[in-house]
Design a protein around this ligand. Structure first.
Ligand code: SAM
Length: 379
């Protein structure tokens, strides 16, 4: 099968995590740049990459890349690419775009030029004058960075964060891809206890359960490239069968989620059931200020409210103090807190954070405060 280049896109700060995931899938010819990991693959890898990547936003198929400083450059070089290899005569191919620090600044014009060039190419390839654009999803992205153009077709469709389990979201839910990254950046392994004392709709715990059970996060959804005639449907079936066969049905997971809000707990429970991990997580309504833990070794990952409203200010201090009190003498616990509130480490005084990672939760800049606990003794 011909070699192609796939691009796993990543939110700012998560490139390294996505790089490790791509490597773990067996791809070793890869290049990391801001917001993306490019890797050599074949069309047969498109199902696997979409099913398994937990932290990437999308998997794009790179059709070509070149330098362009005039609209003529853009048109001619786009038209020279083999679009007919991927887009069938009835394929629907909207064009989206972005332009950063480039001579060709008008994104709508770039999109229109690319659309026209692809139409011209397909006219020649199919000997047709008009395209119904009635079937499938072949969203083209034209992306310009410092006059370097990259042209891709999106193989994912909906962003990969849409796993298919979150019909309902609580207040300020985390993106599933970010939650999966928080777990992968932590010391949590499937034999350790994991606690989220402000779990909201349960995303962190659900993603941990999927990871612990080795469940491919995309198993319960479909992808744009699933209907492409250029990818044999049997490849999708095979990738799904393989993913189903490797699910860990045996391990007993210790995952605990609490929230002061009863509705959030009900949503979390319902989402966990939809994700197929309802039996793996114990949820209960509980105020973190009244929570106590007896275990010595565990992992806490949480995303408290950001305390941005004045009314929350005092309450946030109380929450941080409660966390500090609960974990002060538990050096075996590893603690990970994602928040936009920069005063968190002033209150959580068990130790200085071992690492503070800058990330984005949507458009909000947040810090991931990481406190590494002592390793549990070997039994
Ligand atoms: C930013 S949200 C967490 C979102 C969650 N990570 C998700 O994916 O849905 C913060 C959560 O903290 C909860 N919370 C606020 N004060 C609390 C308290 N005192 N004790 C426990 N939970 C609290 C809120 O009800 C809310 O669900």
């Amino acid at each position: 099968m011909d070699e192609i280049t796939l691009v796993a896109t990543a939110t700012f700060g998560l490139e390294t995590v996505v790089k490790h995931e791509v490597k773990a899938l067996g791809f070793d010819d890869l290049r990391v740049a801001d917001g993306k990991i490019e890797f050599a693959a074949t069309a047969a890898d498109i199902p696997r990459a979409n099913l398994w990547l937990r932290c990437a936003d999308r998997v794009l198929l790179k059709v070509g890349a070149f330098t362009a400083v005039t609209f003529d450059d853009l048109f001619e070089q786009t038209k020279a690419l083999p679009w007919e290899q991927w887009i069938p005569i009835d394929g629907r191919f909207p064009v989206i775009g972005k332009s950063v620090k480039s001579t060709l600044r008008s994104v709508p014009t770039c999109q229109a030029i690319v659309k026209k060039a692809v139409v011209e190419r397909l006219k020649q390839a199919y000997g047709a004058n008009w395209f119904a654009e009635a079937a499938g999803d072949y969203t083209i992205q034209v992306s310009l960075l410092k006059d370097e153009v990259q042209l891709t077709i999106d193989t994912s469709g909906d962003g990969l964060h849409k796993r298919g389990y979150r019909a309902e979201a609580g207040e300020a839910p985390l993106k599933e891809t970010l939650a999966a990254a928080l777990v992968q950046l932590s010391f949590w392994r499937k034999d350790r206890l994991l606690l989220d004392p402000m779990c909201g709709s349960g995303t962190i715990l659900i993603e941990a359960a999927l990871l612990g059970r080795n469940i491919a996060p995309g198993l319960r959804r479909t992808f744009a490239a699933e209907t492409w005639p250029s990818i044999d449907a049997a490849l999708w079936t095979k990738a799904r069968q393989e993913a189903t066969a490797v699910i860990d049905q045996e391990s007993a997971l210790q995952l605990y989620g609490y929230d002061v809000d009863a509705t959030s707990i009900a949503i979390a429970q319902s989402n966990a059931v939809k994700a197929g991990v309802g039996a793996d997580i114990q949820f209960a309504q509980q105020d973190v200020r009244d929570l106590w833990i007896d275990q010595q070794y565990g992992v806490l990952i949480s995303n408290p409210p950001y305390g941005m409203r004045m009314a929350e200010f005092q309450e946030m201090n109380e929450i941080y103090i409660a966390l500090n009190k609960m974990l002060r003498k538990k050096q075996g616990w590893s603690v990970y807190v994602l928040t936009a509130d920069k005063k968190f480490p002033d209150y959580f005084k068990r130790s200085r954070p071992d690492r503070v990672r800058k990330l984005y939760n949507g458009r909000i800049e947040v810090n991931y405060y990481q406190y590494h606990g002592e390793k549990p003794p070997r039994l």
